[in-house]
Design a protein around this ligand. Structure first.
Ligand SMILES: Nc1ncnc2c1ncn2[C@@H]1O[C@H](COP(=O)(O)OP(=O)(O)OP(=O)(O)O)[C@@H](O)[C@H]1O
Length: 362
């Protein structure tokens, strides 16, 4: 496998494919995935449940074998050259565990010895995840957000250039989610690359520089959050309040806009700008009492692009409908399937580099 010429990419996959054995033959989980993660900043890896995020991450880390395609990390083909590149990668893919009776500092100190890292890094990484003042408290007394931050601190010990986090906020309450969100944002500065998978879209929108959206094992869109939202701007809608909604629907449809009745008015699509709606209606003697652009956000783009995958998905995957204006804060409760409170240590470099096909273990 040849080297990737583009050194600007932290991760690149081409034609990646993975099937799993099922009762009715093999099922395709990853379908020719072409993923580009630029170097530096936070990259959101988004997709509904079962779309293939974890499978992709596990293949990148050499924990699962691909059926076909190529993968590169910092230009090095993996898994072939994973031993050479793994020192630059830190990852949390599974529930970590630390001894409840050990302090966070002691756990990190033991880990630093195990991987041959200078003990001075322990204080630095505690500081980096905002745990410096709580470093001497026992792990058993940590909140879930603090436990997850300790796991992140452990991945930072070897000063990786690329951090990979698979659904790092699963199981956390809104306060914990906010803590991790801020930690991710901070980690994505200074040239480091953070790949974070999630289905909590509003969260990613707030912290990601770029995103990839996957559906059924394929990338359906990737780029900056702003460009993805703008690309879909034509589908933006306007919430209209009016006395004669049926007549307004007929007028707007006649001029080529999409219009549907809602509980207290209309939802209009296909208008270049909201004032076009007012103008078209006023020309027919209809005057609006309310005109609210429905804010486009990453979530509505995501839902639109992965519509097929959303069918039958759990409510946690699609916490709001595409047409609902976004909540100002954007925190959603964790999914019902969220993991429990155990956070095991991140995979060590040695463990991560091992290649093991875990097919059928689920
Ligand atoms: N070891 C396995 N054996 C059989 N099927 C698997 C295995 N691992 C994953 N799959 C299937 O592959 C598909 C992709 O799963 P994957 O866990 O990668 O999705 P995901 O996007 O990470 O979902 P989630 O957000 O729920 O974690 C799913 O249909 C899943 O059931």
């Amino acid at each position: 496998m040849e080297q990737v010429a583009d050194e600007g990419l932290a991760i690149a996959t081409r034609g990646l494919r993975k099937t799993f054995a099922g009762i009715r033959g093999r099922r395709v989980a990853i379908h020719g995935l072409d993923l580009d993660v630029p170097s530096g900043g936070v990259h959101g890896f988004l997709g509904p449940n079962g779309s293939g995020k974890t499978t992709t991450i596990r293949m990148l880390l050499g924990l699962l074998r691909a059926d076909a395609g190529t993968m590169h990390i910092f230009g090095q083909p993996v898994p072939q050259r994973l031993p050479q590149v793994i020192a630059r990668v830190g990852a949390i893919v599974e529930s970590p565990k630390f001894y409840p009776s050990f302090s966070g500092r002691r756990s990190l100190s033991l880990l630093a010895d195990a991987i041959g890292t200078d003990q001075r890094r322990v204080d630095e990484v505690l500081e980096e995840v905002g745990l410096r003042d709580r470093g001497d408290d026992k792990f058993g007394g940590y909140s879930l957000g603090m436990r997850q931050r300790l796991a992140i601190a452990a991945t930072l010990l070897k000063s990786p250039d690329l951090l990979i986090f698979d659904e790092p906020t699963n199981g956390l309450d809104p306060a914990g989610i906010r803590e991790i969100r801020e930690t991710m944002r901070n980690l994505g500065t200074n040239g480091r690359t953070v790949l974070v998978s999630s289905h909590i879209l509003s969260e990613i929108e707030q912290i990601a520089d770029t995103v990839s959206i996957i559906g059924r094992g394929r990338v359906v869109a990737q780029g900056s959050v702003a460009s993805l939202i703008n690309e879909q701007a034509g589908a933006a809608s306007v919430d209209v309040g009016i006395d004669s909604p049926e007549a307004a629907v007929a007028v707007l449809r006649r001029v080529g806009m999409g219009a549907e009745l809602t509980e207290d008015g209309l939802r209009v699509t296909g208008a270049d700008k909201p004032s076009d709606v007012t103008r078209a209606l006023a020309a027919q003697g209809l005057y609006v009492s309310r005109l609210l652009p429905v804010r486009r956000d990453l979530e509505s783009v995501f839902l639109q692009l992965t519509q097929d995958d959303q069918l039958g998905a759990s409510p946690a995957t699609s916490p709001t409908s595409p047409s609902r204006p976004s909540a100002p804060d954007g925190d959603f409760p964790p999914p019902p399937s969220a993991r429990g409170g155990d956070f095991p240590p991140p995979p060590s470099a040695r463990h991560t580099a091992q290649s093991a096909d875990e097919e059928g273990q689920r």
